[in-house]
Design a protein around this ligand. Structure first.
Ligand SMILES: [Zn+2]
Length: 133
């Protein structure tokens, strides 16, 4: 699996994004990220149960593709037919894009909430000033 790329979150104009806009954008983006998978796809040698297997005896074994990873505390490994490899690769790419999307949305959500709060606070301050005078 290629190393995760560390990309900076692109700077956008902050302040005019509402959290509802972000939610819509997130849901639209997520709907395109299917299928998804996490873990790593690799070719591993496995041995068979046959006696006197030339492939096993030569050390070549029987290479098979598998999806390996962790789900919570559990490790998983699933063998995969070679024909399924391209779609699993795409699912892994989508899985990484989803994680990146979540991080980016977290930043933009926080920025949007911060500016909402500061707008609320300045409104509250100006209205309390009006009441006093
Ligand atoms: Zn064998």
């Amino acid at each position: 699996m290629p190393a995760m790329q560390r990309k900076r979150v692109p700077r956008r104009r902050v302040g005019k994004e509402s959290t509802e806009d972000l939610r819509q954008e997130f849901l639209a983006a997520v709907s395109k990220l299917w299928p998804v998978a996490g873990g790593s796809l690799s070719l591993r040698k496995s041995s068979c149960v046959r006696e006197r297997c030339t492939a096993c005896e030569s050390g070549a074994g029987h290479p098979r593709y598998g999806l390996w990873g962790r789900s919570g505390r559990e490790r998983f490994s699933l063998y995969i037919a070679e024909e399924m490899v391209p779609e699993l690769e795409q699912a892994l790419v989508n899985g990484q894009a989803l994680q990146q999307l979540v991080r980016e949305m977290g930043v933009r959500y926080t920025q949007a909430r911060r500016s909402e709060r500061s707008e609320e606070q300045s409104k509250r301050q100006s209205s309390s000033r009006r009441k006093k005078s």
